[in-house]
Ligand binder design. Structure first.
Ligand code: HEC
Length: 290
């Protein structure tokens, strides 16, 4: 997600609470990279050992063991390791995640038309785009999409359509928190440098079907919006909001919509789109920042 390094909660539902924890998720996910911490550690040992050791100190000897390939909790090669080996393999895996996170923290985006307008360049936005910006305030979008990244970094239920293949609703934050609390990689765990506490949110009912407010930087130049990626265009998003999300009876979403929205008419709805299209989020090339 654009500028992810500026926020703790990662993924739409916040099932990772640090950048490094997020980086480890796809590696061991069967539907994404289908790798394992054992395979990652072997790869680091074989190809990046000098670089790794310069930062983190000696690689544990176990990296050179062929049977380490495919080792991750729940697998046979993992069960064959001693508890000390499991700890040292996981330690290298975690360090790889932290290295990726350190790289991600160098990523940034270029200024867009809204930045130039906010800086005082009155003509950076055209008249229809300025009308859209006004609608963005008027319709209450800015209550959640505020600040330089256009997000409040909080979780809200807005009944966007599910992206699950079986068409069932995604419970979002409420299910993700249970996964997070059970993970050895959360911010309260022994691998975390932060060692922050992890308490169940008090308002659990509100979090049924809730997702994180995404940054709107970059929405102007892409498609497929919402946690399910099911709203194809920005006009579809504007329509979705003007209808206050999917109906309570629609099985593609759960939870009750945040009580934020002033009713807004079709003119306000349609004028939002030219403004949203200005929200580019072009990446700055880390190799040549200017
Ligand atoms: C109560 C907080 C809140 C308000 C108010 C709000 N949003 Fe959102 N917005 C969110 C959340 C949360 C999501 C993700 C919802 C999901 O996927 O279930 C989202 C998603 C989006 C997306 C999709 C972004 C992407 O990367 O896929 C767009 C575009 C958007 N909002 C624009 C708007 C506009 C325009 C308004 C005003 C009409 C608005 N939002 C009002 C919280 C809010």
């Amino acid at each position: 997600m654009t500028l992810a390094s500026y926020t703790h909660d990662q993924f739409w539902d916040g099932r990772a609470d640090s950048l490094w924890m997020q980086a480890l998720g796809p590696l061991e996910n069967a539907k994404e990279m289908a790798s394992s911490r054992g395979t990652v550690v072997r790869r680091i040992g074989a190809q990046y050992r000098v670089l790794y050791e310069a930062v983190f100190g000696p690689m544990p000897a176990v990296w050179a063991t062929e049977s380490l390939s495919g080792a991750m909790p729940g697998s046979a090669p993992w069960a064959a390791l001693t508890s000390e080996e499991k700890l040292s393999v996981t330690g290298v895996f975690v360090n790889a995640g932290k290295a990726i996170a350190a790289y991600e923290r160098t990523l940034s985006v270029k200024e867009n038309a809204l930045d130039r307008y906010a800086r005082g360049e009155t003509f950076a936005l055209t008249a229809p785009e300025r009308k859209g910006l006004k609608a963005f305030f008027h319709a209450g979008c800015v209550q959640c999409h505020a600040g330089p990244r256009l997000t409040d970094d909080a979780f809200h239920t807005l009944r966007f359509p599910t992206g699950k293949q079986d068409g069932s609703a995604d419970k979002g934050r409420i299910e993700a928190f249970a996964l997070l609390a059970a993970s050895e990689f959360n911010r309260a765990g022994s691998w975390s440098d932060a060692r922050l506490g992890l308490a169940w949110p008090a308002d659990q009912e509100r979090l049924l079907g809730a997702f994180k407010t995404p940054s709107l930087r970059g929405v102007g130049t892409r498609s497929n919006f919402g946690h399910g990626g099911t709203l194809a265009t920005l006009q579809d998003v504007a329509n979705h909001y003007s209808e206050r999300g999917l109906k309570a009876t629609d099985p593609r979403a759960v939870g009750a919509v945040d009580p934020w929205i002033p009713e807004f008419d079709k003119t306000t709805r349609d004028s939002l789109v030219p403004f949203l299209k200005t929200l580019a989020g072009q990446a700055v090339d880390p190799a040549s920042p200017q």
